[in-house]
Design a protein around this ligand. Structure first.
Ligand code: SF4
Length: 220
């Protein structure tokens, strides 16, 4: 069990001690998520704060069993404040639907919470500055499984430069996360290369089976 108090302490919150009292636990946890969201909204830790319209914290269920992690917000995400909107977002929703999940069942976020100008790749320094927020999200939400969508998210989370193809089809251990990680294609890539949708579907089936095994009851 990870020590959540190290994340609550900076937020001046009472650490969530147990899920045995769901009412208290849920209230405290939602408050912690909201405070973390506020910390992100106020963040000026890297230069991207000067060019963002708004931060993009994440979307979905704060008690999700599956956390979807992309690389960074794009133009529409920056404008709307929600990750994975537009055509790529619609495809991600369809991908989740294909294994019986909705956007509201999972939690969707990115490595970076602010948009890099011109949608360029995140720099190593930007990713290093923002990753603690992702770790806190994982700590608070406690997903059973992480799904990295796209090469950049996978490379950052696994600290590797291996090809996305070689990273697919297996469970990876991730530092700072008790939940394993599965790698699949980014929806934006699948829009350009629809012939790889079948392979993405097999990744999602692996995710579904992993979730089912870990929860032993349901996926949501
Ligand atoms: Fe802060 Fe992350 Fe935005 Fe950089 S990208 S300003 S670290 S929230």
């Amino acid at each position: 069990m990870h020590d959540r108090s190290r994340y609550f302490a900076p937020l001046e919150l009472v650490a969530w001690q147990s899920r045995l009292n769901p009412q208290i636990a849920e209230t405290t946890e939602l408050t912690a998520i909201d405070h973390l969201r506020q910390c992100v909204a106020n963040c000026t830790a890297c230069p991207l704060h000067t060019t963002r319209t708004q931060t993009v914290f994440g979307y979905g269920n704060p008690q999700a069993k599956l956390m979807v992690i992309g690389e960074a917000p794009g133009l529409q995400e920056d404008q709307q404040g929600e990750p994975f909107v537009g055509r790529g977002g619609q495809l991600l929703t369809a991908m989740l639907n294909a294994i019986g999940l909705t956007r509201e069942d999972v939690f969707i976020t990115n490595i970076l919470k602010c948009r890099p100008p011109e949608n360029r790749d995140p720099s190593a320094a930007e990713a290093a500055s923002c990753t603690p927020f992702l770790h806190q999200q994982i700590e608070l939400i406690q997903p059973h499984l992480l799904l990295a969508v796209g090469r950049i998210a996978a490379h950052h989370l696994l600290n590797t430069k291996a090809s996305l193809e070689s990273l697919r089809g297996q469970l990876h251990a991730v530092s700072n996360s008790p939940a394993p990680l599965i790698v699949t294609y980014h929806p934006a890539y699948l829009l350009r290369s629809p012939s790889d949708k079948k392979k993405a579907y097999s990744d999602l089936l692996l995710a579904k089976n992993t979730l089912y095994t870990s929860s032993n009851i349901s996926l949501i």
